[in-house]
Design a binder for this molecule. Structure first.
Ligand SMILES: [Zn+2]
Length: 586
């Protein structure tokens, strides 16, 4: 005998076997008892909650010749014909694969014919929201005047896509997600009947993962049974479903809380390479946080940082939604987590800053005045095409940066991408070559347009990042921006593509961005002033061709050791930036 899946084997055959939908069972039982049968039903609800099963039970029970208290006898000729599954008067149609008008038109044509065997001819249309509008119209005409001997049972997971005109002609029954306890109860019954050895903990995990759907829950159990022939363990369950263990999840949570970016990236790398499901991981993290939050309020467990948990749940929800819509799961997951840490650091940083500045307001003011005078003196000496404004207060900020964020900072990916530092140098060079005050003002004045993208799915992280930047100089296609911390600077490299795309959207032309710390900017600025004073001019360097050429050199080297094209431009650029930032024109 061929193997029957547990779901089919344990599919409820009558109303009393149906669990988790007691309200619907009651309604249907009563209408059967009182013989108040509606001619059209619409079953709505999430997948796997028993809509099709209920449709089949209803189709059988209204046709049973010895119905007792709403329950079919299972022995009369109608019951037997239906249970055999070949009764011509029960017509099932899956709208997901038959969305054409033809099928519905055929129903319309045949609907007036009396049933061949049964009392009622029953049409079950699954996933009815998938019908085309033409098909809906044809169906509507039939539903307007259904013959006495016909009953329609429509089922859908997405009632919002069903036209109101259809809904208004049906008795609608809402199938709810099945409660975890009901699922566990059913799973335990199946395990006992099948002599399957399994811990309650695993049943609970299955119920949790099935999101209130029996079909998924029993399907998971079925897979587990085929997976391990002995006693089923939690490891089996986690392995089979790509689930990360609870200890690992807690570990991840604490890494995020402490902003340990290197370890987070390693962690994501690890679970991704193990084939764990990032969508499930995100949902699991939310459940874990939720339990910890409830724990916090119920037992006043002060071990966890409630503010962190609350904001993290919100972020995880956003991540879970983004993951469902994306094909780049890992990138989305990684960048969203990093942006969460960044926002968190920024917030705690701002709070600390506020405290410090209110403590020493007068002090800062006097320093600021001294500093302003300094700047004015410098301005006289320099080309005023670049912004010499600097953050005197930034050192103060650095000292006040709280310990939490500081540890995050020290963890930031420090493996400097040489490509990027070279790229940075070329952009700085070109920016100085074509720097203009007008351009700088234009960029600065339009910078707040970034705010429009702060909540954008694609550019939100880049917009938030840029809104924190200080703009120092702008050339025809270059912008130099600075930040207080190296950790923030290095994040710019990670977002570079998004950042440059966003700038293109805002300014309508291409800009390459150089990212520096304020200190680095001071050095570059002073070099620039020195060069200007010495009459040294800058030379324009082609950013793209330098890199392209470099790539092709590597390619050629790999393919043929003898072929070495002229890469003098690259050499020049390296020489140029290795020693001095500038080249001598004359
Ligand atoms: Zn019967």
């Amino acid at each position: 005998m061929s193997y029957q899946t547990l779901y089919r084997k344990y599919r409820p055959s009558d109303l009393d076997d149906v669990s988790g939908q007691s309200a619907i069972v009651k309604i249907i039982k009563n209408s059967l008892k009182l013989n108040r049968i509606s001619h059209a039903y619409l079953f709505c609800g999430p997948r796997g909650t028993g809509k099709t099963t209920m449709a089949r039970i209803l189709a059988k029970n209204i046709n049973c010749l010895n119905l007792q208290d709403g329950i079919a006898c299972g022995k009369c000729k109608n019951c037997i014909s239906i249970l055999n599954g070949n009764c011509p008067d029960i017509i099932e149609l899956d709208a997901a694969s038959n969305n054409g008008v033809d099928e519905i038109r055929e129903i319309k044509n045949k609907v007036s014919l009396v049933p061949t065997e049964l009392k009622y001819k029953v049409y079950v249309i699954d996933e009815v929201h998938m019908l085309s509008s033409g098909a809906f119209n044809a169906l509507l005409k039939t539903l307007e005047e259904p013959p006495e001997h016909v009953i329609f049972i429509l089922a859908t997971t997405d009632v919002h896509k069903v036209p109101v005109t259809i809904i208004s002609r049906c008795q609608c029954l809402d199938f709810h997600r099945v409660r975890e306890d009901d699922i566990i109860h059913r799973l335990r019954y199946i395990c006992e009947s099948e002599n399957i050895k399994i811990d309650d903990e695993i049943l609970k995990s299955i119920a949790n993962l099935s999101d209130g759907g029996f079909r998924d829950a029993i399907g998971m159990l079925d897979k587990l049974v085929s997976y391990s022939d002995q006693k089923i363990t939690l490891d089996d369950f986690e392995e089979l479903n790509g689930i990360v263990s609870i200890e690992k999840k807690k570990e991840f949570l604490s890494l995020v809380e402490n902003g340990e970016i290197n370890k987070i990236i390693e962690f994501i790398d690890f679970i991704y390479n193990c084939g764990k499901d990032l969508v499930i991981f995100s949902q699991d993290l939310m459940v874990l946080c939720r339990n910890m939050i409830i724990n916090y309020y119920s037992y006043e467990n002060t071990d966890c940082d409630i503010e962190f948990l609350l904001s993290f749940v919100e972020k995880m929800d956003e991540i879970a939604i983004a993951l469902k819509e994306s094909n780049n799961l890992r990138i989305i997951f990684e960048t969203k987590i990093l942006s969460f840490i960044y926002q968190r650091n920024k917030k705690s940083y701002n709070t600390t800053l506020k405290n410090v500045s209110s403590e020493s307001e007068n002090n800062t003011d006097s320093e600021q005045i001294k500093y302003d005078t300094n700047v004015q003196n410098t301005m006289k000496m320099t080309d005023d095409n670049i912004d010499v404004d600097s953050h005197m207060t930034s050192q103060k900020k650095e000292k006040s940066f709280d310990s939490n964020s500081e540890s995050a900072e020290s963890q930031i990916d420090t493996h400097a991408d040489t490509n990027f530092s070279e790229r940075n140098s070329i952009i700085i060079n070109n920016c100085f070559y074509s720097a203009s005050k007008d351009k700088l003002l234009h960029i600065k004045n339009s910078w707040n347009l970034l705010n429009d993208y702060a909540l954008d799915n694609k550019y939100g992280a880049a917009a938030c990042y840029l809104s924190d930047a200080t703009i120092r100089a702008s050339g025809s296609h270059e912008i130099i921006i600075t930040f207080d911390y190296e950790s923030v600077v290095s994040r710019g490299f990670q977002f570079n593509t998004q950042i440059e795309q966003l700038l293109f959207k805002i300014f309508g032309e291409e800009y390459h961005v150089a990212y520096l710390t304020n200190e680095e900017w001071e050095i570059e600025k002073n070099k620039y002033i020195e060069n200007k004073n010495n009459g040294i001019n800058y030379q324009y360097l082609d950013l793209n061709s330098s890199f392209k050429q470099k790539e092709s050199v590597n390619k050629n080297l790999n393919e043929d050791n003898t072929a070495l094209p002229d890469n003098s431009i690259v050499d020049d650029a390296i020489k140029l930036f290795g020693e001095n930032m500038v080249s001598v024109n004359e």
